[in-house]
Design a protein around this ligand. Sequence first.
Ligand code: FES
Length: 166
Amino acid sequence: MNLKPETIAKIDQLVPRYPTQRSAALPLCHLVQEDQGYLSNEAIEWIAARLELEPINIQEIVTFYPMLRTEPVGKHHVRVCRTLPCALAGAYQTCRRLEQELSCKVGHTSEDGEFTLEYVECHADCGHGPVVMIGEEQYNDIDPDKASELAAKMKSGELPGGITYS
Ligand code: FES
């Protein structure tokens, strides 16, 4: 597997810090996902071999934690917070609008590979819900109409960018 040299260096530094190699499994999953975008079967086997574990030991971690992905994400990775404060502020309506605008069902990637739409849990900005992340940018107070604006900007290539609604 082709990991960046800096990822390998981080892994080599990290593993000896843990009392047992198995304890490094979750951090390694994050590092490899950061490098590759997702955790393929090859990546899972690589992590297992690096930690002298069986692939099933890594697979069970990958399937347990929702932030670990086994499929590549679209060009725009759109995440809608659905924890209670955002849900009460209308996160489900916002997400439905995004589904329509992006032609992408929540939990999936659009057929053209442009958009991945997912629910996530609290982003610790509960007073400004619904909170939407596009890539690493956070957008606050996103009601369905603002969701339509964001969708239009993503489609036109204006986003990801620096605008925020607050
Ligand atoms: S509930 Fe959405 S940011 Fe906290």
